[in-house]
Design a protein around this ligand. Sequence first.
Ligand code: 9MR
Ligand code: ZN
Length: 673
Amino acid sequence: MEKYFHSSIYFICILLLYLNKMSAQVYINQAGYLNNLPKIFYTNVAADSFYIVEASTNNILFRDELILSISNDPATGLTLYRGDFSSLQRDGNYFIRVGNVDSSFVFNISQNSFDDAYKKSLKGFYFQRCGSALISTYAGVYNHPACHLSDAAFHSSIGETGQKQTTGGWHDAGDYGKYVVNAGITVGTLLMAYEMFPVKFDQDNLNIPESGNGVPDILDEVRYELEWLLKMQNANGGVYFKVTKEQFESIVLPNNDSGTRYIYAISSTATGDFAAIMARAGRIFKSIDTSFSNKCLNASLLAWNYLTSNPTIIPAGGFKNPTGTVTGEYGDGNDSDERLWAAAEIYSTTGDAIYKSYFESHYTSGGIINSTMGWPNVKDLAQLTYLTCNQSSASTSVKSQIKNSLISYCNGLVNRTTANGFGVAINPGEYYWGSNADVLNKAVLLIYTYEQTKNNNYYDAALMQLNYILGTNAHNLSFVTGVGNKSVMHPHHRPSWADGIIAPVPGLLAGGPDQYLDDAILKANFTSSTPPALCYLDNNDSYASNEIAINWNAPLVFVLGYFNGDGLTSVNDQGFNSVPQKFELDQNYPNPFNPSTKINWQSPVGGHQTLKVYDVLGNEVATLVDEYREAGRYEIDFNVAQSAAVDIPASGVYFYRLQAEEFVQTKKMIYLK
Ligand code: 9MR
Ligand code: ZN
């Protein structure tokens, strides 16, 4: 009897230890940490110290104290501690030990830690492509035949009959619909990333069909959507709202989805977003493909004309699903922000006074920057475009008002991070459907503010938002499929659900906690008293917390690509970015080279540098650089350099090769004489 009693006590002790172990957590950014950037983790274990242990040797390389982050975090109900190991700048694989027993996943410190996550997040858009086959060369096991090749018939509600060719573009989300409004902010955000940071977003090796064509893959991928969007415009300039079925699809691969897809009414929010992104595309594609650039700009101006001849919102009150249609509504009763954004983009592209004056007479209405952008609210995108536009006629006083407004809004965001256990810039009450994208859009604003001020508080706060998405959250989960040790496995994403493959399509961001419990399975698991950040389920049925969507992936690409680019450079006393750590000769575009083509490179060492052009047989045909240069980033104008040197004999394929001390890199160029 006594023996029996002892063994049950023993059993209970083991059980308690086990439960305790279950709840003890060490939360890290599961993508890893960039060598030169801040390194923060969290834990709910109350211990004095933490240790960074090298995984291969079990050697402790670093010890420091844990600091209380917050007791009874209102967002999670947890008491959280944080640790900072920013000063450990040694490449390797590590885990964090807190107290005596509790440890984190193994993670990596290097200058490339975000590269895989960044590339996956951008490639995620390729997997959303509609209207063309995803072949295994690019899609691997996720290949499937082309889908939705009959897009689409005019819906009976709109008073037009017949079909309009609207194939292509990306599926919006976990469903197979295509919605112009949501495409608007998505394309706007991706183009903004490229335009602000062209060197960080210039990869041409994502293994999409256009990779290696000399145009950065981010632009090729966006163009796939733009080509579809162009088909969504009516000859009168107005843009149709969406292409969907009347009901959401069943759980099938896109190529197995049958039933009629319809084009719904022209809308002024769709038309405003369209005008904005087409103007932006016109600007960015100008040096890459002139005729495409012109096409985009003309479509934008035509859309603007439609807006000016229809000064009040179309349809009245904003787009609503007709009876019998239940697909996404993207309901928005206010089109003034879409109009403002269109004006800002067209002005930034053309410099035309009409758009400048439209912007300047509307940009303060409702406040300059006092909220975070999202699909119904694109005002910030308008403000940021004016703030950073290159037109010499732009008003410096308007720019400085926008800048001040941005800074004061972001000061508020930084303050919020101190009231949240994981340093997240959203408050309880704001964990809406798609909260993860709101977190990342806040990071985008913080990055802009950092770029305007070079104050590291904004930079560090932006990075904390990304850490949250990649693992420093109450779920100890990476919200991005295929990234990290423990990531979303059951997204509400029809292809991932229907394909019979265990791992979901990689690179896709789950919507995240939704405290308003907008689906049945959330309602069944949580209540209104559940801490808001806990209202999340990695379950296919939870469309309100575990769907994926293009407008959520876009700020993920922006933020990951931004920090990824910084990982490739080192910190010094002057701040980030001054001396590159990595030797890199950029693949330039346009190919063929034209007179304004730039050649960019960076070298981590000073020394003698040569940049020479060779023909396909390896004969040297031109010298562009041949001199001592300090470590740093460089850009030369191809034409100027080339005319000062040996003349390239004939049109054709050549290679340009950079050598700086022991570093050598070669890239391909097509030259038209
Ligand atoms: O992202 C949208 C979210 O803000 C709304 O609250 C929600 C309900 O209207 O709709 C979300 O968008 C969905 C769209 O309507 C249809 N495709 C999937 C989108 C992501 O869930
Ligand atoms: Zn499709």
